[in-house]
Design a protein around this ligand. Structure first.
Ligand code: FAD
Length: 372
């Protein structure tokens, strides 16, 4: 069995971002990765770009929105604002190489067991033991189609890697948030008819928080397809889908039925990959884990942390990189304190992480709305 101070599960932006902070200390950590570094991003549909723009603004104290550690900028690396998934996976690999992050690929974590003094991690490559476990397994590999009876007749939007190659004439997309609108845009551009079914008005911009409403990247695309004769939308909630010979019947909660020849596409989101640690996770009403606000440890647990897009505190949703990276430092600080690092060393590192957008402990300003 291999012993480490810290095991991090997953080498996406969340896992590597925390690893980069721990790499500034002599904490002995290891990142265990099921496939390759950044593989969720390499598996994005072709042409799909990050909606959050990159810009090399680091020198003026505004770190690139998609950076996961100091002194790096995806915009600088690729000389573009909106990286594709494949570009971003290359950025993550470059970070891991440059900072010599300790990552072991092709190692799937199958089960985590709690022991008196730490965590036993059972993997496809053997057993590991660590005092601290950081869960960074992401969401992309767990597409969700919730509460739709007959969901087996649907296809999740993340499985459509090449929208250009779809051959039907008319597609129904369930869900009108980022990926639904993005896919509708690509299909309309290729001359397909598209109907989006969404529970609420898609352009109801009641907040400036892009975790709740369309981002400024996607909104103009939505306005463009709305003007197309190929596009229409239905406000309603899908309750079931049935298949009869060549037709799919989509039933809404108001009993209306929409019929289509192509399998309905569900752009209904993702949820945390958590099977190996299920027993340590308590869920909130919205299905995301309950966390300790001070440390991002799973509620009621010690020394097992969550990082990544499933982090929530009250109404604050940390689903973008520029949001969840601000909690990397909170986890690292908690571990350094427990390991009895000198207070002045911790405070010096935390000060640097704050400047670089990797540390936010006071969440009271997160709900601020833009006034104009
Ligand atoms: C289509 C799409 C577009 C998005 N666009 C943006 C955007 O523009 N900007 C933005 O900020 N965010 C965006 N997001 C949010 C996105 O989820 C996060 O930015 C990012 O992928 C989350 O990083 P992560 O490291 O938590 O997860 P991931 O990148 O998914 O990494 C998790 C890693 O854990 C590994 N893993 C999983 N299970 C195990 C296991 N059992 N054992 C070992 N390893 C395991 C996986 O192989 C993977 O490499 C988008 C999400 C999607 C789905």
């Amino acid at each position: 069995m291999i012993n480490k101070d810290v095991i991090i599960v997953g080498s996406g932006p969340a896992g590597l971002g925390v690893a980069a902070l721990l790499g500034q200390t002599d904490i002995d950590y290891l990142v265990l990765e099921k496939k390759d570094i950044g593989c969720s991003f390499s598996e994005w549909p072709e042409d799909m770009e990050l909606i959050t723009p990159s810009f090399p603004s680091n020198a003026f104290g505004q770190i690139d929105l998609n950076s996961i550690c100091e002194a790096t900028s995806p915009a600088f690396a690729f000389n573009k604002e909106h990286l594709t998934g494949k570009d971003y996976a290359k950025y993550l690999t470059a970070v891991a190489t440059h900072f010599e992050l300790k990552v072991q690929t092709n190692t799937t974590v199958k089960k985590v067991e709690k022991k008196d003094d730490g965590w036993l991690v059972k993997t496809s490559q053997g057993r590991y033991f660590a005092k601290y476990l950081i869960w960074a397994a992401g969401e992309f590999q767990n597409p969700q189609i919730n509460d739709i009876e007959g969901s087996e007749h649907c296809v999740h939007s993340s499985l459509i890697k090449y929208p250009k190659k779809l051959e039907g004439d008319h597609y129904i997309i369930v869900g009108g948030y980022e990926s639904g609108v993005q896919l509708a845009f690509d299909l309309v551009k290729n001359g397909k008819k598209v109907t989006i079914i969404n529970p609420d008005e898609i352009d109801d911009m009641e907040t400036s928080d892009p975790s709740r409403v369309l981002s400024p990247y996607t909104y103009p695309k939505y306005i463009r397809i709305k003007q197309s004769p190929l596009y229409n939308e239905i406000i309603g909630e899908v309750v079931s889908v049935s298949k009869e010979e060549q037709a799919y019947h989509i039933q809404l909660e108001n009993d209306a039925v929409v019929t289509t020849e192509e399998a309905p596409i569900c752009a209904t989101g993702f949820s945390l990959v958590k099977d190996p640690i299920e027993e340590f996770v308590t869920l909130r009403e919205d299905g995301t884990p309950e966390l300790e606000e001070e440390t991002d440890e799973f509620l009621g647990q010690k020394n097992i942390y969550l990082t990544g897009p499933s982090v929530r505190h009250e109404n604050h949703i940390f689903c973008f990189i520029y949001k969840f990276r601000q909690r990397f430092g909170v986890i690292a600080e908690d571990i350094l304190k427990k390991e009895k690092f000198a207070e002045e060393d911790i405070s010096c590192m935390v000060g640097n992480w704050k400047v670089n957008g990797m540390y936010l402990s006071d969440l009271s300003s997160c709900g601020d709305e833009c006034v104009c």
